[in-house]
Design a protein around this ligand. Structure first.
Ligand code: GH3
Ligand code: MG
Ligand code: MG
Ligand code: MG
Ligand code: MG
Length: 316
């Protein structure tokens, strides 16, 4: 009876694995000099819906990662391989990728226990002995993928604003400061734009808070459509968004935000039978100031100026 129960729960465990993994579009890389072992692993992992990329040694693995052709989540690496072995590969990978952004599972048949601790110290997420069973490899790969997914979701929650899905203020400073540092080193000017909905309180008062929320989400959509991927945009407060732009001229900043201002002016949001429209004011700082905070402060002053001058306009 006990045995029977065990097989039942095992079946459930396996069902559960395939269910949770259906949501992933995950690519993993198998690095092993033995084609036979690569095939064994591939065969074991058939249960999980994964895209699998193969490499014969560490060098090929690094090359494949550099090529950026695949979005690899997890690497299963052998220890003993010609050229770059598993330990060297782990060391090189950890110079560039953190444990939570790229998982590494070392798989080896070596008896030397030091190898396991070396792998883990260098930043491998897990270690599996080569005498693994099908179930072990499936379960370990699955639990490591679940952890990576969890990290990604935590990062997403920490960096993004729940209402709009835009980055939040915290992330703006984190990412913005490295953009600031890079451009300051090269003595290149940047732009900070602060955008705020005009008379937003009226929208809330007239149509209610829910429609106010829709109006805020619309800001994110319009900005997404008109900004470049390299522009850093975040929701700073209620109906206020901040954008950091690099590699752009004063002339282009002016053109871009004038275009964006017009988009809002012309835009009408239809909610149920109501038509909502609003304008925005945008304050811009262009140049190279003593800190990112200072550039934000100066763009905020420009925004205040735009509001004072009658709203629905940009000020630099
Ligand atoms: P101004 O043109 O001077 O900017 O006028 P305004 O009415 O837009 O003034 P202000 O920027 O001070 O108004 C912000 C309002 O946004 C106040 C607050 O009730 C509302 N608000 C803040 N966060 C949210 C939110 O998440 N959802 C909604 N619906 N309203 C919010
Ligand atoms: Mg993924
Ligand atoms: Mg080998
Ligand atoms: Mg406002
Ligand atoms: Mg405001």
């Amino acid at each position: 009876v006990i045995f029977k129960n065990d097989t039942v729960s095992m079946k459930f465990a396996i069902l559960d694995i395939s269910r949770t993994l259906k949501n992933y579009d995950t690519t993993i890389m198998i690095v092993d000099d033995s084609k036979i072992y690569r095939n064994i692993l591939k065969n074991s992992l058939k249960k999980i819906k994964l895209n699998i990329v193969e490499a014969e040694d560490g060098d090929e693995a690094l090359q494949l990662l550099r090529s950026d052709q695949h979005q690899i989540s997890l690497i299963l690496t052998d220890y003993e391989m010609p050229n770059t072995n598993g330990l060297e590969l782990t060391f090189k990978l950890r110079e560039k990728y953190t444990k939570d952004s790229l998982g590494i599972i070392a798989i080896s048949a070596v008896e030397d226990q030091n190898v396991i601790s070396k792998f883990l110290k260098l930043g491998a997420n897990d270690f599996i002995n080569k005498r693994f069973t099908h179930n072990e490899i499936v379960t370990r790969v699955n639990s490591n993928l679940e952890l990576l997914d969890l990290f990604a979701r935590i990062k997403e929650m920490a960096n993004k604003d729940f209402l709009t899905g835009a980055y939040n203020r915290r992330y703006f400073f984190e990412a913005g400061n490295s953009i600031y540092a890079k451009n300051t080193r090269k003595e290149l000017p940047m732009a900070v734009a602060m955008l705020d909905i005009d008379k937003f309180k009226n929208i809330n008062d007239t149509y209610g808070h829910d429609i106010g929320d829709i109006a805020i989400k619309e800001v994110k959509k319009i900005l997404d459509k008109n900004l470049r991927v390299s522009d850093l945009m975040a929701r700073f407060g209620g109906e206020e968004f901040c954008i950091l732009l690099e590699d752009i001229s004063l002339e282009h900043v002016e053109m871009l935000f004038e275009k964006i201002r017009k988009k809002f002016e012309q835009n009408v949001i239809k909610v149920e039978s109501k038509f909502i429209s609003y304008s925005v004011s945008i304050g811009i700082y262009f140049g190279l100031s003593k800190s990112l905070e200072d550039m934000i402060r100066l763009s905020d002053e420009a925004l205040y100026d735009a509001k004072e001058s009658g709203r629905n306009q940009i000020k630099i």
